[in-house]
Design a binder for this molecule. Structure first.
Ligand SMILES: *[C@@H]1O[C@H](CO)[C@@H](O)[C@H](O)[C@H]1NC(C)=O
Ligand SMILES: *[C@@H]1O[C@H](CO)[C@@H](O)[C@H](O)[C@H]1NC(C)=O
Ligand SMILES: *[C@@H]1O[C@H](CO)[C@@H](O)[C@H](O)[C@H]1NC(C)=O
Length: 399
């Protein structure tokens, strides 16, 4: 059977085995353990590879459905295998530990989805992180976000966010959308002085390519009465990152409380200058969109025009990176309600007739301004009553 005709899950198994062989061979060279001795040991891995589980090695976590268990190589199983090599061939425990680490890292690099359950507990006890690392060999379906398709230009998704009860749930929903998109780089920028630990942990777990940046709103705007220019410092920080680190592709300001159709990302990726498209659930019209007649832009439809040259929603346009780079002064102004207009004006020279109309001449709604219900911050936890219960951990995860 050629490598190309193998099932992806089997490929991963084979790659993992090759990794095991290479590493054991290296240790053979440095320790003088004969390769045939190691090969004996590897035969247990071999039969395991055939069944995609490591059935003959004691399973540390027998709970859960049997099928699933057989499809996982857990760190426990690797450890058990290394331990039997240790016992039979007198490998030192230190070398054993290094072996476990190397095998785990090889397995996680084979492209199999790796889950690191990063609980509060594992942060307190770093050594426990690796024990809950699970490499699932059966489900080797590569997520599009992890695929690096060189034919596709990168998509930079700029998402301002701030600490609030809905933050993690919103970012969770959004990450699930982005996981289905190829060549995506998520710039998550918090309105905070320091990055929130919970957010960093969350972003790491998604497996997405991301930057976790911070950009607090300047104090003078924070203290202003009335509508505040929310998300402006965050988005400008995102633009700064792009100016420093991107050379090509397209960026899109995607707030964490919106809903995005997957087609949107295919469409905006082709943006040459600035593209626009309808956004649903927006303003009193329930819609914000360019008006299109016979395939041509003739104006804007938006419930709040207010003298804006570009009366559009933040989620209603995307911009080419090169186009931005040619405009070093382009920036988003700290002016509540006029952020989009100000930014698009700052892209001058750029006129409405140059807008690239997406979503089939703006006949489809691919972005929705959903807006989750605001939740009150949670009441404090009675530590006298609930000390040393699960609630202490849970309380850390909510706002
Ligand atoms: C560009 O990327 C590098 C590497 O990730 C990072 O250290 C740097 O801060 C980025 N530049 C800006 C301006 O964000
Ligand atoms: C947009 O409209 C024009 C004019 O009617 C038409 O030629 C073109 O094919 C349309 N484009 C799309 C993507 O529907
Ligand atoms: C950018 O702004 C500076 C200072 O305001 C100005 O001198 C320069 O001409 C501007 N550059 C462009 C390309 O507009």
């Amino acid at each position: 059977m050629g490598i190309d005709t193998m099932k992806p899950s089997m490929k991963v198994g084979v790659v993992a085995l090759v990794g095991v062989c290479v590493i054991l061979y290296q240790y053979h060279l440095s320790l003088g353990v004969r390769f045939d001795q190691l090969a004996d040991q590897l035969s247990s891995f071999d039969s395991a590879a055939v069944s995609y589980g490591i059935a003959n090695i004691p399973d540390a976590e027998d709970a859960g459905d049997a099928d699933n268990d057989h499809n996982k190589i857990t760190v426990e199983k690797i450890r058990a295998a290394v331990q039997s090599v240790q016992i039979e061939h007198g490998l030192s425990p230190q070398i054993g530990n290094v072996l476990v680490q190397e095998l785990t890292s090889i397995l996680s690099k084979t492209g199999a989805p790796t889950q690191v359950r990063n609980t509060e507990e594992s942060t307190k006890h770093p050594s426990r992180i690796s024990e809950t690392t699970t490499v699932n060999l059966a489900s080797t379906r590569e997520l599009p976000s992890q695929r690096s398709n060189s034919l596709l230009k990168p998509l930079y998704i700029i998402t301002p966010t701030y600490r609030r009860p809905e933050q993690i749930p919103e970012l969770t929903r959004m990450s699930h959308t982005l996981l289905l998109i190829e060549n995506v780089h998520w710039l998550v920028i918090e309105d905070a002085k320091t990055p929130t630990k919970e957010v960093t942990k969350f972003l790491t777990r998604t497996g997405l390519k991301f930057e976790h940046l911070t950009a607090p709103m300047p104090v003078k705007y924070k203290q202003k009465k009335g509508a505040k220019p929310r998300g402006v410092s965050n988005r400008n920080r995102g633009l700064k990152w792009i100016r420093a680190n991107a050379t090509d592709g397209v960026f899109y300001f995607a707030d964490d409380d919106n809903t995005y159709d997957l087609d949107l990302f295919d469409e905006i990726r082709e943006t040459k200058k600035v593209s626009m498209f309808p956004v649903g659930l927006c303003t009193k019209f329930g819609l914000s969109s360019p008006v299109v007649k016979d395939g041509k832009f003739i104006g804007f439809y938006d419930g709040w025009v207010a003298g804006r040259k570009f009366p559009v929603d933040m989620a209603g346009f995307a911009v080419n990176v090169k186009f931005l780079l040619q405009r070093p002064n382009a920036t988003m102004p700290y002016r509540a309600g006029f952020e989009e207009d100000g930014f698009l004006r700052s892209l001058a020279p750029f006129e409405p007739h140059e807008i690239e109309l997406l979503a089939d001449n703006c006949t489809r709604i691919l972005a929705w301004h959903t807006q989750t219900k605001k939740n009150e911050p949670s009441a404090p936890l009675d530590m006298k009553l609930y000390r040393s219960t699960n609630l202490v951990d849970l309380k850390q995860q909510i706002v």
